[in-house]
Design a protein around this ligand. Structure first.
Ligand SMILES: Cc1ncc(COP(=O)(O)O)c(C=O)c1O
Length: 419
C-alpha cells in the first residue's frame, strides 16, 4: 500500500492480465447439453422437447403457473406488455433508471412510458411512482437494478389501491427474493432477459412468467403463432380462432439456447449462493472505506448480485471526481470496475428526449420530451456508480480481495489525485 498510485507511476495492485470475470460458466455438462440438443431438434414449433422442459423448470423455480420462453428479454417485455393489453395512449410508469428495453417496447405499442425517479438504492421510488399516477395510468413496472429487489410489496399495494397492473423486469435478478418470495412472481407478469452475462444465461434468450391463463394465451398469440397457439389455446376460448396467425410475430427461443439455459438453471442456486458470499465479503471489507458506500438490503431480501453497485461519495475524498477515481482504479489493474453506460437514466438518451423523431406515426409522442436534469436522484446515482463483478467461486475470493485492496489503496492515496 506504500507504493505510489499506479496512475502516477507506481506498481499496480493487480498484475494478472486478461479478463478477471467471465459469465456464464460453460462446463463440460453445458457443452454436452447443447451438443445433444443439436442431435435432437434445432427448431421447435410447439411446447415440446427442451422448450417444454425449460418452461416447466422455470415455472417451478419461480413458483408461478406459466413460463413462456422468448428470443430475448426485449421480446419478452414486448410480449408481456401486449399480453397485459397495454394500448396506445396508456400511461405506464417505468423506472427512469433502468436498461432502455424496459421501456422501448411500450413505444412500439403506442403507449406512453412515464418515467419515475429512483431512490438512493437505484430502484424505482414508491413515492415517485405514487406522484405520477393519473387517470390514464394502467401499469407500474419495476426493474430490480443489479439484482437488488425493488420494493415490490409497497408497489403492489399502490397498484392494488389504484387498480393498476404490476409488472416486473427481472432481467438482473433471476432467483432474487423478498421474504422468501422470488421476484418475478409479484405482479400479473414478469419479463426476464437471458442474454449473455445475466444471472441465468441462455447466451441469447428471455422468458415471461405469469399465473394468469388469459395473459398466457395472449403471450402465445403475440409471439408464438400457429402450432403452439393451436395446440394450447382451448378451442372453446374466444382467442382460439386467431391461433394460426396470432398477432403475426415470432419471438421463439432457439432450442440450443433453451438447452444451455436449462443446464444453467440446474446450477442457479449454487451460483447465487457463491455470489452472495462474495458480495457479503466485498461489502464487509468496503463498508468502512471512506468515499465508498455499499448497498444495504433488508435482512430478508436476497439479491441476485448481477453486479455490486458501489456508490462513490466524492465529498468524503476531497471532491476527487468519480472519473479520476475510476481511472486510478483501472490503473491499479482493477479492469472490471465499470461505470455503466447504456444502462442509464432514460432521460439522457435521445430516444426518450425526442421519440417523435423516430416514431413519426405516433402523434401522442410529441409531448414526450424528457430532458437531462429531470430525474436528479437517478442521474446522481448513475453518475457515482462503480460496479464490481460478483464472482461465485471459492477460487476467485483472492481476486475479489485484491479488488478491495486496490480500492483501499486509491482511497488512502486520494490526496495525490488532486490537481
Ligand atoms: C433490465 C433489462 N431489461 C431488458 C433487457 C433486454 O434484454 P435482451 O438483451 O435479452 O433483449 C436488459 C438487457 O441488458 C436489461 O438489463
Amino acid at each position: 500500500m506504500n507504493s505510489p498510485l499506479a496512475l502516477l507511476g507506481g506498481e499496480p495492485v493487480i498484475r494478472q492480465p486478461g479478463q478477471h470475470f467471465s459469465w456464464p460458466p460453460i462446463t463440460e455438462q453445458s457443452k454436452k447439453a447443447v451438443v445433444e440438443q443439436l442431435g435432437e431438434n434445432i427448431s421447435i414449433y410447439d411446447r415440446s422437447g427442451v422448450v417444454a422442459e425449460l418452461e416447466d423448470a422455470l415455472a417451478n423455480y419461480f413458483g408461478v403457473k406459466h413460463a413462456v420462453s422468448m428470443s430475448s428479454g426485449t421480446a419478452a417485455l414486448h410480449a408481456a406488455y401486449a399480453a397485459c393489453l397495454i394500448e396506445p395512449g396508456d400511461e405506464v410508469i417505468v423506472p427512469a433508471y433502468t436498461f432502455f428495453a424496459t421501456a422501448t417496447p411500450l413505444l412500439h405499442l403506442g403507449a406512453i412510458p412515464v418515467l419515475a425517479d429512483c431512490d438512493e438504492t437505484g430502484n424505482i421510488s414508491v413515492t415517485e411512482v405514487a406522484s405520477k399516477i393519473t387517470p390514464n395510468t394502467v401499469a407500474i413496472v419495476a426493474t430490480h437494478m443489479w439484482g437488488i429487489p425493488a420494493n415490490l410489496p409497497a408497489l403492489r399495494a399502490l397498484a392494488n389501491e389504484h387498480h393498476l397492473i404490476l409488472l416486473e423486469d427481472g432481467s438482473h435478478a433471476h432467483g432474487a427474493s423478498l421474504d422468501g418470495q422470488k421476484v418475478g412472481s409479484f405482479g400479473q407478469a414478469a419479463a426476464f432477459s437471458m442474454n449473455g452475462p445475466k444471472p441465468l444465461s441462455a447466451g441469447e434468450g428471455g422468458f415471461v412468467l405469469t399465473s394468469d391463463d388469459d395473459t398466457y394465451f395472449r403471450l402465445l398469440l403475440f409471439a408464438h403463432y400457429n402450432k403452439r397457439c393451436r395446440s394450447e389455446i382451448p378451442s372453446s376460448h374466444t382467442l382460439h380462432r386467431f391461433a394460426v396467425t396470432g398477432m403475426g410475430l415470432k419471438f421463439r427461443i432457439h432450442p440450443l439456447a433453451a438447452a444451455f439455459a436449462l443446464d444453467q438453471l440446474t446450477h442457479l442456486d449454487e451460483y447465487l449462493a457463491g455470489r452472495a458470499q462474495v458480495a457479503a465479503l466485498l461489502c464487509n471489507e468496503l463498508k468502512e472505506v471512506a468515499g465508498i458506500s455499499v448497498p444495504q438490503l433488508p435482512s430478508k431480501h436476497q439479491a441476485a448480485w448481477y453486479g455490486l453497485p458501489l456508490t462513490y461519495v466524492p465529498d468524503e475524498l476531497g471532491g476527487i471526481t468519480v472519473e479520476r477515481f475510476h481511472k486510478a482504479l483501472l490503473a491499479e489493474g482493477l479492469s472490471e470496475v465499470d461505470r455503466p453506460d447504456s444502462t442509464c437514466p432514460l432521460n439522457q438518451l435521445p430516444l426518450f428526449q425526442c421519440p417523435a423523431a423516430l416514431f413519426t406515426h405516433q402523434r401522442e409522442f410529441a409531448r414526450l420530451r424528457y430532458q437531462p436534469g429531470g430525474f436528479p436522484v437517478a442521474e446522481l446515482v448513475h453518475h457515482n456508480t462503480l460496479k464490481l463483478p460478483v464472482w461465485h467461486r471459492e477460487e476467485d475470493v483472492p481476486l475479489a480481495r485484491a479488488y478491495v485492496r486496490g480500492i483501499q489503496k486509491v482511497v488512502e492515496h486520494h490526496h495525490d489525485l488532486k490537481g
